[in-house]
Design a protein. Sequence first.
Length: 189
Amino acid sequence: MRYIINLCAELRARRVIDIGCGNGALCRELASRGYEVVGCEPSADGIRFAQNSAPELVFHQLGVDDEAGAVGSESFDVAIAAEVIEHLVRPRNLPHFAKQVLRPGGHLIISTPYHGYLKNLALAIGNKWDSHLTPLWDGGHIKLWSRKTLSQLLSETGFRVVRFIGAGRMPFFWKSMIMIAWKPEEPGQ
């Protein structure tokens, strides 16, 4: 959360949308710092909890597979998807959704568990794959992302990757990675 809050300040965001906001914790923290925040969450329970804990904020029950028009077209400076993309069956829908709600020149911040060569090798050598990616976790992670695959997805969907941050633990064994991508102001830029 600390990284994302700092990035919003660095990007001089005013209006922020949290895609997959869950219980609204990040929305509440951003609002307390003066940002105009909207949260989107497909889970009815998540939205109910978010609305009860922050009734002054705007939350929409929708996900990246839904029509983005309900939250406003091209009206946000920053779209955040924190620990969301690894749960999606159709991950390309996330950047497509973000593109619809971001103003030209806006930024998308995605965080997801990091999976690079050294970390994956350490998991294999330590025989930790079963505990790390247990298939017994209902609603768990569907896809694993590396810097390369997430960059490719963002490029394919018309974003320009501008920054990568490894977060938590030591370099190349990061817990998560954060990718910042820019929506060009003109198509084809």
